[in-house]
Design a protein around this ligand. Structure first.
Ligand SMILES: Cc1ncc(COP(=O)(O)O)c(C=O)c1O
Length: 457
């Protein structure tokens, strides 16, 4: 470990706290993952100072499907830098056309048109605007616990008050009442004023809740009967993550609009897309000037997006994700039996795997122990019990074995630690205090600091 790297890290964290975000550094440090990313390759990243190596199971919330710094895609970008730049959004270009053609080739057959944006929120904003534009209606139904991004329309569709409350009033006409798979409530709410129903087929941010076949088919039927636009947000589920190129292909149900972002970037250059059908196209053609994104569909972004799609298709990565999802998911179910009492539920589709622990304190504890065993995974800040495991879907069998081994060891440590906490929980006052999440995280920090202060024998 070099002094230069140590200083770089110290200064980096200090200045991040000062200029960007104090709480985030506190949170990361509380679970021993106060790293600064150094080397990154495939499923791994290394801390710049300690050079500790981690399997990245967070992946910027599922953004690195093709792996970090995938050499093939890095080469394409390096070559592209010789002659391309962002490009002017106004002009047609080869890279824009190539990526659009590739996207519609892998998308459900009715989705033949593309608008490019930069991020997932912007793509969802555009999709919702298209739905209002084509229907001339105002109301939008999204789901409780939904996550669609922090831009205006997307934020209005988010189903978690914690993200919305400070910014009310948001856009009118949005409801997030139905929980996933509650078709009856959607049926009651969807009417002649409904412009769109938007959903994630697997709710990612809220902890991996999967839509049922019956629910998705029911939504399509309701939308067809009542002239409502059906939007699938495939920002996290798309591009192979769930074991098919797009999650909707598991259900064989086609939306009117689908949004894609995150991994279209090839982990290198942000870009997102809205892919839509002929009905929406009519509105877009009649009103060509109403939706524009200067940096969306940049030539460099499109070149990288094309290389990423080529990589996924050529190497049959969605199929590989299905196999690895089964392998890792089945092993976790086994581990939950072995370390009985630790895991309440395992929810999964492909390599979107959600663990729901039995106690709140288990999420932070598992992040801490997994970090010690070379795996980076986080509990949800809104639900400490829930942890998402979303490694790059190019993960090899050998890397998957390492991940499973790390989970096994971490669960054993968490089980031991939980016995202590449960004991404390039974003491009247202590029990009440340790129910508070901030106290739990604080206690973990104190324990870590003590471990550093108290000399080893
Ligand atoms: C399902 C889903 N939709 C939209 C977004 C927002 O994407 P972005 O952060 O690129 O705006 C996210 C981000 O995590 C997401 O998971």
């Amino acid at each position: 470990m070099s002094v230069a790297n140590r200083n770089y890290k110290r200064e980096g964290i200090r200045n991040f706290k000062k200029f960007i975000n104090l709480t985030q550094t506190f949170f990361l440090s509380s679970v021993g993952l106060d790293i600064i990313e150094g080397r990154r390759l495939g499923v791994h990243l290394w801390d710049v100072e300690t050079e500790d190596k981690y399997i990245d199971c967070f992946c910027s919330a599922g953004s690195f499907n093709v792996g970090r710094r995938n050499p093939e895609i890095v080469n394409v970008l390096e070559d592209a830098l010789e002659s391309w730049d962002m490009g002017d959004y106004l002009f047609p270009s080869g890279p824009k056309v190539a990526l659009a053609e590739k996207l519609v080739a892998v998308a459900p057959p009715g989705l033949q048109h593309v608008m490019f944006c930069v991020g997932g929120g912007e793509a969802n904003d555009s999709a919702l605007k298209m739905a209002r534009g084509i229907t001339g209606r105002q109301e939008v139904i999204s789901l409780a616990k939904a996550y669609h991004g922090h831009t205006g329309f997307a934020l209005s569709a988010i189903g978690k008050p914690i993200y919305r409350d400070f910014f009310e009033p948001l856009l009118e006409g949005f409801t997030q009442e139905p929980v996933i798979n509650d078709l009856e409530t959607v049926d009651r709410l969807a009417g002649n004023d409904t412009a769109a129903i938007i959903l994630e087929l697997v709710q990612g941010e809220s902890g991996i809740f999967c839509a049922t076949q019956e629910f998705v088919e029911g939504l399509r039927r309701i939308c067809d009967e009542r002239g409502i636009t059906l939007i699938f947000d495939e920002v996290q589920t798309g591009l192979g993550r769930t074991g098919k190129m797009f999650c909707c292909q598991h259900y064989d149900v086609e939306p009117d609009i689908m949004t894609v972002a995150k991994s279209l970037s090839g982990s290198l250059y942000p870009i997102s897309a809205v892919i839509y059908n002929q009905r929406i196209r009519d509105f877009m053609e009649e009103n060509p000037e109403v939706m524009v994104s200067t940096s969306g569909g940049s030539d460099l972004g499109c070149i990288v997006g094309s290389a990423s799609l080529d990589y996924l298709v050529k190497n049959n990565i969605p199929e590989h994700a299905a196999q690895m999802g089964d392998y890792i998911g089945d092993a976790i179910v086994e581990l939950s039996r072995k370390h009985e009492g630790l895991i309440k539920e395992v929810r999964r589709k492909g390599l979107m795997i959600g663990l729901e622990y039995t106690h709140d304190f288990m999420g932070p504890l598992m992040s801490l122990f997994l970090g010690k065993n070379g795996v980076m995974a986080f509990f949800s800040s809104n639900n400490l019990k829930v942890m998402r495991l979303m490694p790059p879907i190019v993960i090899t069998r050998q890397e998957a074995e390492q991940l499973i081994m790390a989970l096994d060891r971490s669960m054993a440590s968490a089980k031991r630690a939980s016995q202590l906490v449960e004991f404390a929980d039974d003491l009247p006052l202590v029990g009440r205090i340790i129910g508070i999440p901030e106290i739990q995280i604080f206690a973990i920090m104190v324990a870590k600091t003590l471990r550093k202060i108290i000399p080893k024998k």
